[in-house]
Each structure stands twice: as C-alpha cells, then as structure tokens.
Design a protein around this ligand. Structure first.
Ligand SMILES: C[S@@+](CC[C@H](N)C(=O)[O-])C[C@H]1O[C@@H](n2cnc3c(N)ncnc32)[C@H](O)[C@@H]1O
Length: 193
C-alpha cells in the first residue's frame, strides 16, 4: 500500500478525515448528521458530486454503507481511501457531472429518497441541473454557500421556487430564530416537497 502523506495537499484551511484531505468543515459533518437523522424518511442512498480525495465520501459511506456513489471528473483518491471505500461499499464513478446525460445516468443509480450533494467545480450549475431530477423527500445540499453559491441569484431563487425545495433550518441562534448555519457549515440543505 502506498505511503500516506496527506498533509502535502492540505492548504491553510484544510481538514483531514480518515487520512485524506476533506473539503468540509467539522461543523458540516455535525449538522449534516443531524439533518439526516431529523429528516429520516427511509433515506436510502446518496450521490456526491465532486469526490476530490474522497474523505467526505468516506464519511457519507459510514452513513450510507453500500449505498454511496461519489462522482468526479478524475480519480484523485489514495490507495488507502480506495480501500476504505471498498470496505464501505462506496462506489466511485468517473463522470462529467456538468453534462446532463452523465448526471442523469448517476441519478438513475441511486435508490430514493436520496441525499444529493453539489460540491464539484460549478455548484450553481450542479444545483440547477439536479433540481428537476429530484423526487419527493430527496434532500439536496450545496457547499460553499455565500462564496461560490448565491441563494439570492435569480436563476437559483426561481429554481428553488419552481421545484418546491424547502430549506432545512439547522439550529436556533441566541435570539431564538431558526438559522441555516451557513457560517459554520458553508453549506445549505433543501428537501424536495
Ligand atoms: C471541492 S472539490 C470536492 C471536495 C469533496 N466533496 C470533499 O468534501 O472533500 C471539487 C471536485 O470537483 C471535481 N470536478 C470539477 N469539475 C467536475 C465535473 N465537471 N464533474 C465532476 N467533478 C468535477 C474536481 O475534480 C474536484 O475534485
């Protein structure tokens, strides 16, 4: 097995999970776990767009063993991560998720209701392509909200409205108001009505 040097690819705000660099904050792991527990409607599987080193896919594989698909335009996983994915039944698919036919082929492989996570090279595009493919009770999440993804963008706002995507609140702030926890997670989640 190849020797691991996970730090070589870590940038300043990087996180490691299961020996691989991960694009998510610790907060996102916590809030996503809570969201999936609180909104458990027999959710069966998930599709992650944008594997990168596969650390978040490992995390998803722990929640959805034998039912996680992760897709990327290229495979950047270490031998260690491939081995973990094998153990957890995480399936890697090489695909261009910005091509509607390739994305649809992946979506057709997941068992519904499912969890979808947009974290490839163009999150708004992935969200706009995925939204029409969602079915009742599916959950869709997007990473880098506020930087790469703007909920107030006209196309995004219209899409949320048209496909009846209901934002899932994460917690109450000090004033008792529900919040979407974006500062901590840099992600947001919606359920298809
Ligand atoms: C931010 S990283 C993903 C991070 C990962 N989800 C995590 O949490 O650790 C983005 C990934 O999207 C991939 N990507 C870029 N364009 C893509 C495309 N058209 N289809 C699929 N994946 C793409 C890149 O190769 C890169 O690995």
């Amino acid at each position: 097995m190849q020797e691991l040097d996970p730090w070589k690819d870590i940038d300043t705000d990087g996180y490691l999970f299961a020996n691989a660099p991960m694009g998510q904050t610790w907060g996102n792991l916590h809030w996503l776990s809570l969201i999936l527990c609180n909104n458990y409607t027999g959710r069966k599987s998930c599709l992650e767009i944008g594997t990168w080193h596969g650390a978040f896919s490992t995390f998803l594989g722990l929640i959805f063993p034998n039912a996680t698909i992760t897709a990327d335009i290229r495979d950047q996983r270490s031998e260690h991560t491939k081995w973990l994915h094998h153990l957890l039944g995480v399936k890697f698919e090489q695909a261009d998720c910005h091509k509607v036919d390739e994305l649809r082929a992946l979506v057709n492989k997941v068992v519904r209701p499912a969890f979808f996570f947009c974290d490839g090279g163009n999150k708004p595009k992935e969200f706009l392509l995925l939204a029409p493919m969602l079915q009742e009770s599916d959950i869709i999440g997007v990473h880098d909200v506020g930087t790469e993804f703007n909920c107030a963008d006209k196309k995004i706002a219209e899409c949320i409205d048209m496909y009846q995507l209901i934002a899932i609140p994460m917690y109450e702030d000090e004033e008792g108001k529900l919040s979407y926890g974006v500062t901590e997670t840099r992600s947001m989640y919606w359920m298809k009505k």
